[in-house]
Design a protein around this ligand. Structure first.
Ligand code: GLN
Length: 493
């Protein structure tokens, strides 16, 4: 390994074999976080001493013969700050939770720690996961690792920047409408959103509970798959976690999928020419690797963003009702004469940022009497039709595709401030990602090329990602297809 942090699975193999220690490896990551972290604003909190102690404990476990139980031994990881740890703070990027300390650790994070991973810090994010640029954090925007004037995408902005900058080889994000895949694509990383229910949401600060999933951002398909394999599986603490058997995602990773059929929808307009060129190249690369390319429909691609921006705010308005100044986080000081109503209103007014307020109002509106049928129920119908459309494409009696290839984003990384004044422009960033969440399907984004120009036509060499959407609970096939594409385009280890 030339770069000691380039591969999570590479680190784990070396640590388990005793070639390097977890403590040294974690110290390298901490050094990089210290050097590069501040400029990018990728981290909200760094666990310097604690991480070294935890790494030493991993080394002790290895010495004690526990290596087989630690597929991620000594891997320094970063965790999005809406995923609870029983140490440090869990702010979800919100002023409201600025000082909040969770009494427990999220199941997904605990499983990684049990597997030998060491959390070096918590990453910056759009407040409560609401945003596509990282600019809606209460703690300042995250910057793009390749161009500090640009946004890394969001909402898992810090996780993408940290992996993209090589500070850590692996990070956790959460994806409600693209928040793993979109920043991963903009920063040149791999991002994997599992099937809904594949990974426990216990300990994830709820945004839209029927859409939220935790997943990895990594520098290769293999590392993302290794991380998902560890996190997957039923959890008694999350009733929506699935009992679907957890399969080995690594063993057959490089076995090409036989008679592979990849659906490629015709998408009219709405994307940068460098993105459409990269998609044509990606389809060709898969064909060269032996895939049959099949025409499919991307079901209701035009309606999906509208449906998403009804369903997600509706659920958010309900989920965020718990922030009342009593149970968690910020409480406004209304003095002795203040009423309880005043305390509720002022706590929320002071604690929530403008985008969160917009979502809560939007959500309350689409659920209100007289509007529910027109908005919320119509969005739910659209959601069902989207899933039916995917099921039809996957149906062996029909096109029978194993995966569907689409762009991740309409364009490469945009500049800070470019979309903050126009919420619709920001929402349209999610046009290709939200369908997988609405349908509950697994989807992976991986880097496949570079832009020549940005959206304004200025010269800009920035990563471009491709998305593969897979069959429900068939992440094993999805990562194999992604690995075929990754090998073909020559990106990743
Ligand atoms: N950008 C989308 C939103 O703001 C998706 C965010 C996410 O996946 N958490 O809702």
């Amino acid at each position: 390994m030339s770069d000691p942090l380039s591969s999570a699975t590479g680190i784990a193999d070396a640590v388990r074999a005793g070639d390097v220690s977890a403590a040294e490896t974690v110290a390298i990551a901490l050094g990089r976080v210290e050097d590069g972290g501040a400029g990018l604003n990728a981290f909200l909190e760094v666990f310097a001493e604690q991480a070294i102690d935890q790494a030493r404990a991993v080394d002790t476990r290895i010495a004690g013969g526990d290596a087989d139980r630690m597929p991620l031994a000594g891997v320094p990881i970063a965790v999005k700050d809406n995923i609870a740890l029983a140490w440090g703070r869990t702010t979800a990027g919100s002023r409201y939770l600025e000082h909040y300390r969770s009494p427990f650790t999220a199941t997904a994070a605990q499983r990684l720690v049990d597997a030998g991973a060491v959390v070096v810090g918590k990453t910056n994010m759009d407040e409560f996961g609401m945003g596509s640029s990282g600019e809606h954090s209460a703690f300042g925007p995250t910057r793009h690792p390749l161009d500090p004037e640009r946004a890394p995408g969001g909402s898992s902005s810090g996780s993408a920047a940290a992996v993209g900058a090589g500070m850590v080889p692996l990070a956790l994000g959460s994806d409600t409408g693209g928040s793993i895949r979109q920043p991963a694509a903009l920063c040149g990383c791999v991002g994997l959103k599992p099937t809904y229910g594949r990974v426990s949401r216990y300990g994830l600060v709820a945004y839209a509970s029927s859409l939220d999933q935790i997943g990895p951002l990594a520098s290769s398909v293999r590392d993302a798959a290794a991380c998902l394999a560890v996190m997957s599986g039923e959890d008694a603490r999350d009733m929506t976690s699935s009992a679907h058997p957890v399969v080995d995602l690594i063993g057959g990773l490089e076995t090409p999928v036989e008679k592979l059929r990849v659906g490629v929808p015709k998408l009219h307009g709405g994307m940068h020419s460098d993105v459409s060129r990269a998609m044509t190249d990606a389809a060709l690369a898969l064909k060269t690797a032996g895939a049959e390319i099949v025409d499919v429909e991307m079901p209701f691609v035009d309606e999906a963003v509208s449906a998403y921006y009804i369903v997600a705010p509706a659920e958010a308005s309900s989920n965020l009702a718990r922030y009342d100044g009593v149970r968690y986080g910020h409480r406004a000081d209304v003095g002795l004469g203040g009423s309880i109503e005043e305390m509720y209103v002022r706590s929320r007014s002071e604690g929530f940022g403008p985008e969160v307020k917009r979502r809560v109002m939007l959500g309350a509106h689409v659920l209100s009497a007289g509007y529910q049928d027109a908005f919320y129920l119509t969005a739910l119908k659209t959601r069902r039709l989207i899933r039916a459309g995917f099921d039809a494409a996957f149906d062996p009696a029909g096109p029978g595709v194993h995966a569907i290839l689409t762009p991740v984003t309409p364009g490469p990384a945009f500049r800070l401030g470019e979309k903050t004044g126009d919420p619709m422009a920001m929402y349209l960033e999610d046009v290709f990602t939200v369908t997988a969440n609405l349908a509950g399907l697994p989807a992976i984004s991986l880097p496949v090329g570079w832009s020549k120009t940005d959206a304004q036509g200025r010269e800009a060499k920035l990563p471009i990602g491709a998305q593969l959407i897979g069959r429900p609970f068939d992440e094993a096939t999805l990562v194999r297809v992604a690995r075929m594409l990754e090998m073909q385009v020559g990106w990743g280890g």
